[in-house]
Design a protein around this ligand. Structure first.
Ligand code: ARG
Ligand code: GLU
Length: 702
């Protein structure tokens, strides 16, 4: 069944059930609803700038995950897949922490991680007026952008004057109808404390990824260190564990179907108010083309990874990130199709236009449609460029060295360090085969007039992508750590003329000259239209009696509250899913012959003897994961899942496959976040890691 008036409103921005990612500083507007759904605390318990509140126990982990503090000594939980890069960096064939897990048995054994930061939100404020000071609507979008950057820079400078790790950003909400400043305290000394073996932390691998029922123990443990005054400081042996303003206490009583839950974290990106043609591009072109390209890449990686443990370690992190979006996009396309999102958005747009006749909003939806038609080839070129030429590892590495030369910044030890990091995880046959496959696709799929001459010439000159790769990979100095380490300052022209550097440079010149300007111009126009359309959608809702309190700004990696309840769902006719899984299911999936399902012997033994300690649930089994209706997205990984009393009951780590279109449209029937039950975390720490000494600093409540 498609469109029709009765259905049309459902595709508009009218929040149903538990949809929404709310700004913590405005949570008083939702608190009555939260309480009516079972929450026992007040708005100021969630966000308060005068005294400690739950927000002070939540961090942005790196620049893409969330974490939560669980002890007065800076102990931090996040996902295994969020700490994966760090765990992998400390791993080698001799000390394979990915495979065997890692547990510091004392503070001295905690491992520092260069480059890893965590940020606490100090406060957030509406700064729309200041940011737009000097702007009037007669100005161009470029002038507006200049004013916004200038005013923001002043605000940021002022907000961070105190130093001590303060960092601030000004973010646009509702397509620039509103601006907020976010002021963070950023810590740089964050050490790895523990991680289960991947056979627990990544149990089910990419087969179970994005799926329910799930049995992944997706957690890792870190500790934040500060200087003696409790302020952020670069790594130093003299640093001491950070004393947080607030930390979570851990509830061991678990949650059941219908229980209130709330997720507090940093969702990355959603587009809930997007035009129907934006959906059509994603659903019919963007997602499907990227899926096809990634299928090819994954097949190549798999082939080499399955025949060598070394290569498997080298590519585990890269492979997981390629596979992750690849699978999510597939779920998203199916979800959008199933919901008829594009058609229902079209019907909503028709209603909108009826209302908009004679107002400043008249015709805006067809203007948006026109812009989407114009931008489509550029979006395609962009998608292909990023997924093909930009993903060749050799070219990216070569470029990073060339950049040093170009900046007149020759530095031998810097080059050696960059090369060391690169070659530790580089396997040339994978990269070369990927190069061949991606260049073939680029040639086949992109319209002739969009391709760079460089590409066409090289293909002609060599006769095939394979021959091209043959020459490029044999002539480049960047394929070998020895030749790279021998580079001298005088080699500048050799570096600049290296075929791998040329490859990256010629592609990026093409992109910057032939694609980017027009794409940016059109994107600016889109943004401008969306700003008006967004405002119009709110007025339309108001005028139609639906009110505007259901609007929430799209995710932009700023702190949000999502709340809902523990709930199963029906993924398809004839199937009903329960909302939790147990250790029983791990045993059912256990299979020593399949890498992703081969659990540690220790876990088998614990199951056989029923040695669950205090971590068994009411059924007598250890609870592993649960699902709920909280509206989450990428970035929410590692977020605390909190019960009605503000206690930690789980760690968010995924969504169900049938619901991955929630970045574009939320379907309360099937959109579920997946959380790791905190009791399985504790069970693993105690029984697998033998690290129950960590419990001494935590606080538990029934
Ligand atoms: N799907 C989850 C997320 O989007 C987990 C990804 C990591 N796991 C994996 N098997 N690749 O980040
Ligand atoms: N695993 C995701 C992350 O890394 C969360 C899942 C989602 O997209 O909801 O943030």
């Amino acid at each position: 069944m498609v469109s029709g008036c009765a259905l049309s409103f459902a595709a508009g921005p009218f929040v149903e059930a538990d949809e929404g990612m709310w700004l913590p500083s405005l949570i008083s507007g939702r608190i009555a609803d939260m309480q009516s759904k079972g929450f026992h605390l007040e708005a100021k318990d969630i966000y308060d700038i005068n005294q400690a509140s739950l927000k002070d126990a939540v961090v942005l982990f790196g620049r893409g995950c969330t974490g939560e503090v669980i002890s007065p000594e800076g102990l931090l939980l996040t996902n295994h897949h969020c700490g994966y890069g760090q765990i992998q960096k400390h791993s080698s064939v001799e000390h394979d922490y990915l495979k065997d897990g890692f547990w510091a048995m004392s503070r001295d054994e905690e491992l520092p991680n260069k480059g890893l930061t965590v940020s606490f939100l100090e406060r957030m404020d509406d700064v729309t007026e200041v940011v737009l000071k000097g702007y009037d609507t007669s100005m161009s979008e470029d002038e507006r952008n200049a004013i916004v950057s200038r005013n923001s820079a002043v605000l940021i400078k002022k907000a961070t004057e105190g130093g001590n790790g303060l960092r601030a950003t000004v973010e646009s909400l509702y397509y620039g109808n509103q601006y907020f400043i976010f002021i963070y305290k950023e810590f740089q000394d964050v050490r790895l404390v523990g991680a289960p073996p991947s056979s627990i932390g990544k149990f089910g691998g990419d087969t179970d990824n994005w799926m329910w029922p799930r049995h992944t123990g997706d957690f890792s443990i870190f500790r934040i260190y500060a200087d003696k005054d409790n302020n952020p400081a670069a790594y130093s042996e003299d640093n001491v564990p950070y004393r947080p303003k607030r930390y979570f206490s851990i509830s061991t009583k678990g949650v059941s179907e219908g229980d209130f839950t709330f997720v507090y974290g940093f969702p990355g990106r959603t587009q809930e108010y997007i035009h129907s043609d934006g959906i059509r591009y994603l659903e019919n072109i963007g997602d499907p083309e990227k899926i096809k390209l990634r299928t090819l890449k994954l097949d190549i990686q798999k082939k080499y990874m399955s025949s060598s443990q070394k290569v498997r370690i080298q590519y585990s992190s890269k492979n997981a990130s390629v596979a992750n979006s690849w699978k999510k996009w597939q779920g998203e396309v199916r979800g959008l199709a199933k919901m008829h999102t594009a058609d229902r958005k079209s019907a909503y747009e028709a209603e909108f236009e009826k209302w908009a006749a004679g107002t400043e909003y008249e015709g805006i939806t067809s203007k948006l449609a026109g812009l989407y038609r114009e931008i489509e080839p550029y979006s395609m070129a962009y998608d292909f460029y990023t997924e093909t030429a930009r993903s060749i590892e050799l070219a990216r590495f070569a470029e990073s060295i060339a950049a040093l030369y170009r900046a007149g910044n020759f530095n031998k030890s810097r080059i050696e360090e960059t090369a060391g990091t690169f070659f530790k995880d580089y396997y040339l046959p994978i990269d070369k085969e990927t190069f061949i496959s991606m260049m073939e696709q680029f040639g086949k799929k992109l319209p002739e007039d969009l391709k760079p001459d460089y590409f066409t010439d090289e293909m002609q000159r060599h006769g095939s992508a394979e021959k091209w790769a043959e020459e490029l990979f044999s002539k480049s100095v960047f394929t070998d750590i020895e030749t790279v380490s021998r580079l001298e300052e005088t080699d500048s022209s050799a570096v600049m003329n290296d075929p791998a550097v040329q490859y990256g440079r010629r592609f990026s010149e093409w992109f910057n000259e032939s694609i980017r300007p027009e794409m940016t111009r059109l994107n600016n126009e889109l943004l401008l239209m969306y700003r008006t359309y967004m405002k119009g959608q709110m007025e339309f809702a108001q005028a139609s009696g639906r009110g505007t309190d259901q609007f929430y700004p799209d995710a932009n990696l700023t702190l949000r509250v999502a709340y809902g309840k523990v709930s199963g769902y029906s993924p398809a006719d004839g199937i009903d899913y329960l909302p939790h899984s147990t250790i029983q299911g791990i045993m059912e999936k256990d299979n020593p012959d399949i890498f992703d399902y081969n659990i540690p012997q220790r876990l088998r033994d614990l199951y056989a003897s029923g040695d669950y300690g205090r971590w068994a649930g009411e059924s007598g089994s250890v609870p592993v994961c649960f699902i709920a209706t909280n509206h989450t997205t990428g970035g929410n990984s590692g977020s605390p899942v909190i019960n009605a009393d503000g206690e930690l009951v789980g760690i968010n780590f995924d969504r169900v496959w049938e619901g991955t279109m929630s970045d574009l449209e939320f379907d309360p029937d099937v959109c579920r976040n997946i959380a790791l039950d905190i009791r399985y975390v504790m069970f693993t720490i105690e029984k697998i890691g033998n690290a129950s000494y960590l419990f001494d600093e935590m606080s538990f409540s029934r």
